[in-house]
Design a protein around this ligand. Structure first.
Ligand code: ADP
Length: 294
């Protein structure tokens, strides 16, 4: 729920004159929608409340042809929401109530075990409980399903070594890479250092997204920069989510890592030319067109 207004209210202050809009969001949901639009067959494992927001979220997933049989309607918690103030100068202030997301449990994941074991990839982020992420990673790696973890929002504590060893591809942005490694990431050389450190902890491949510059990739085939696409950025909200959703689809289609990253860069570049999170996720045709294959 977003209110655009002159400036962000101070504690105790009331400001009139705002404009209110709602937009579907949440990292997991954004990534699922991005993957579905990029051409993936998506099974979404998630929790929403039995409220209006949950109804709307599920209806949106269905519209994008996402399999919602593992989207649990929580009997007690409300759907996760974020209250966002955006000031005229672009500054924002965000309060998140995780609600049902915080209840996504290892048993929810267990119920989805056949979907996970039969998938081309498992994609996760950290807006759901770490224990649940760990349970899913364990299940996928046992079934030899590649695990793609987007470590966002940046974790407050270091990620468990065991989890990192089960991650096939870790996709931090610059801030998250710094928080995970203690290395300030600002260019190729520092990205390389951070990626080396993460790979030494057992992660298969590391992709550090670098905004408009694209992404740095470090895997078994070596290291390289995969440049981003030049576009006119309007709103970079969810660029990382679109990147991750599209990346999973490209990898699932059997593309090599650098090629998959180019596909993800294209999808994310299109998304930043449009307002909003989920509404901005591009369809396959648009991605192929930017890649010169349309
Ligand atoms: P996050 O949104 O998680 O902070 P980034 O800012 O690194 O992540 O962006 C993720 C990806 O989105 C980048 O790797 C790139 O492919 C694409 N991207 C982001 N900003 C731009 C931009 N201004 N122009 C083109 N592509 C962009």
């Amino acid at each position: 729920m977003i209110i655009r207004l002159e400036r962000i209210p101070r504690p105790g202050e009331t400001i009139l004159g705002g404009r209110f809009v709602t937009a579907p969001g949440g990292k997991g949901a954004n990534q699922a929608v991005a993957a579905a639009r990029a051409g993936g067959r998506v099974v979404f494992v998630a929790r929403v409340g039995r409220d209006m927001f949950g109804d709307r979220a599920v209806a949106g997933f269905v519209k994008d042809r996402i399999d919602v049989s593992h989207v649990v309607r929580d009997g007690t918690a409300a759907s996760g929401v974020a209250l966002i103030f955006v000031a005229k100068d672009g500054e924002n202030s965000i309060a998140v109530a995780s609600g049902a997301n915080a209840n996504l449990s290892p048993s929810d994941v267990k119920r989805a075990s056949s979907a996970i074991a039969g998938a081309d990839a498992l994609v996760m982020q950290l807006e759901t409980p770490l224990a649940t992420v760990q349970a899913a990673a364990g299940m996928a790696s046992k079934a030899e399903v590649p695990v793609l973890l987007n470590p966002a929002p940046a974790p407050a504590r270091p990620l468990p070594r065991r989890l990192l060893r089960e991650v096939s591809i870790l996709t931090p942005n610059e801030t998250e890479a710094e928080l995970l490694t203690g290395i300030k990431v600002s260019d190729r050389a520092s990205a390389s250092k951070a990626a080396t450190k993460l790979r030494a902890l057992g992660v298969g491949a590391v992709i550090i997204t670098l905004g408009r510059r694209g992404a740095f990739v470090a895997g078994e085939a070596g290291e390289r920069m995969v440049p981003g696409f030049k576009v006119k950025a309007v709103d970079t909200t969810a660029a990382g989510d679109v990147f991750n959703g599209a990346l999973a689809v490209a990898l699932g289609e059997g593309r090599a890592l650098a090629d998959a990253v180019r596909f993800a860069n294209a999808a994310a570049a299109i998304s930043v030319t449009r307002l909003g999170a989920q509404p901005s996720a591009p369809r396959r045709q648009e991605i192929d067109r930017l890649l010169g294959k349309g």
